[in-house]
Ligand binder design. Sequence first.
Ligand code: SF4
Ligand code: F3S
Length: 106
Amino acid sequence: TFVVTENCIKCKYTDCVEVCPVDCFHEGPNFLAIDPEECIDCTLCEPECPVEAILSEDDLPADQAHFLELNAELSAKWPVITEIKDAPADADEWADKPDKLKLLER
Ligand code: SF4
Ligand code: F3S
């Protein structure tokens, strides 16, 4: 499965959602999560993210490994998103900022 990682938090550009053929993306207040039970590993979403927040589970660095479980947990409770929408006004300011996990809104 593919996994949305920390860099998505407070960026949420949503470019990723339009290419998913099986509608796996689920939207929370400031982060998206992929449903690992729906993802077919097509790889299409990975290059769409401007901040490279989407990775294959096989490529997750150790400090992002917990995002696999987090995507499963959050996708189960958040609604599906299939259409691109405006990013938060301050999204660019948060791109590539470290330690954003504490800012994740559930
Ligand atoms: Fe959807 Fe393909 Fe990305 Fe999986 S890899 S979330 S199926 S676009
Ligand atoms: Fe997040 Fe990147 Fe998609 S910032 S919403 S994973 S395009």
